[in-house]
Design a protein around this ligand. Structure first.
Ligand code: NAD
Length: 354
């Protein structure tokens, strides 16, 4: 039976790289029934929203989606479609592999890391108090009373960092499951528990407990600042990393830089209601319609989707074909130093798939 998958082209360069990705995935022979839905600035005029209900319903029904990047319009009052999707579909785990491919310009070789970022809690929960507001003043009074030694300026804004036992358990267990299912050997929990005892400390305590229940996978922990230095100096020492939301966001971009930049960084958002696969990069609107953008990150997001569906053979075939085309360098896009456009890059991968 065909896999019915919600397919969202996105906007900017999204439709071009999404089409290239669809053609590559179809060429594997895996039977897809694409449910094409729209989101982003291109649909806003017609639908009155960048995230139509039909698109949400399609993802919730099919339980799986792949999407191109979407522009977040500045100053229109619309929230980010990506953040809205995370909330609606409870996409709690953000998976970001970072791997070096021969032919991609970077000083590093043999990097093969996977970041598992908690996607719903931490400073991204959106609980913020603006300085100068009466409710902020009331909260500040309480905080001054209960923390007499802390320094609070008169003009203070406050962001709240909730980290829960349930949320931490769920994400760390996901990291161990991912490691086991993908032949990985080690999970490293990243934190700043020495300073934030009731949030990062809780995350670390839960991670240590979850590790005890998963003795077949090695476990270690690192303080986030040390982790940054270690990843730049000795990335080969690490394997799967599990992080609270903010550190996950920052460190996974740092590592995308180590392996050659955003054009080659795939992502997956795994949830309780559905899973959505998408490149880490944005819509790069200045290249829209020019057949110029690199489709690698979205094709690799498609590889993650194939693995999620249990189509391991097809996943390996696509990744191998992509790796070979990049290594050869004759049919890659400008950012990889090649002469090809988005669609020619896809043609070369399809030709290699055989
Ligand atoms: P961006 O990732 O779109 O582009 C930054 C630069 O990276 C581009 O100018 C280009 O030089 C390069 N680049 C990115 N993708 C590339 C590709 N596939 N091939 C070749 N070069 C590529 O970041 P931005 O300019 O900050 O954001 C543009 C829009 O995308 C914003 O509205 C932002 O909110 C949105 N965005 C969406 C997502 C998403 O949909 N998941 C993620 C990030 C940003």
């Amino acid at each position: 039976m065909a896999y019915r998958v919600t397919f969202i082209p996105g906007d900017g360069t999204g439709p071009e790289i999404a089409e290239a990705t669809k053609r590559v995935l179809d060429a594997t022979g895996v039977d897809f029934d694409w449910d094409v839905q729209h989101a982003g600035v291109d649909i806003m005029k017609e639908a009155g929203t960048p995230l139509p209900d039909a698109t949400i319903q399609s993802i919730l029904t099919n339980k799986i989606g792949i999407k191109g990047p979407i522009t977040t319009p500045v100053g229109t009052g619309f929230r980010s479609v990506n953040v809205a999707l995370r909330k609606i579909c409870n996409l709690y785990a953000c998976l970001r592999p970072c791997k070096t491919y021969e032919g991609v310009r970077t000083k590093y070789s043999d990097i093969d890391l996977v970041f598992v970022r908690e996607n719903t809690e931490d400073l991204y929960a959106g609980i913020e108090y603006e300085h100068g507001k009466p409710e902020t003043a009331r909260l500040l009074e309480f905080l001054k009373e209960t923390n007499p030694d802390a320094h609070f300026g008169d003009e203070t804004g406050i962001s709240i960092k909730p980290i829960s036992v349930e949320g931490s358990k769920r994400i760390v267990q996901y990291a161990f499951d991912y490691a086991r299912e993908n032949g990985r050997k080690k999970v490293t929990a990243v934190h700043k528990a020495n300073i934030m005892k009731h949030t990062d400390g809780l995350f670390l305590a839960v991670a240590t407990e979850v590790a005890k229940a998963n003795p077949d996978i090695e476990f270690e922990e690192r303080i986030v600042d040390n982790m940054c230095m270690q990843l730049v100096q000795k990335p080969e020492l690490y394997d799967v990393m599990v992080l609270p939301n903010l550190y996950g966001d920052i460190i996974s971009d740092l590592c995308a830089g180590l392996v050659g930049g955003l054009g080659v960084a795939p992502g997956a958002n795994i949830g309780t209601e559905a899973s959505v696969f998408e490149p880490v990069h944005g819509s790069a609107p200045k290249y829209a319609g020019m057949n110029k953008a690199n489709p690698t990150a979205m094709i690799l997001s498609g590889v993650l989707m194939l693995r999620h569906l249990g189509e391991q053979d097809a996943a390996v075939r696509v990744e191998t074909a992509l790796r070979d085309v990049i290594a050869e360098g004759k049919a890659t896009t400008y950012d990889l130093g090649g002469p090809a456009g988005t669609s020619q890059f896809a043609d070369a991968i399809i030709a290699r798939l055989g």
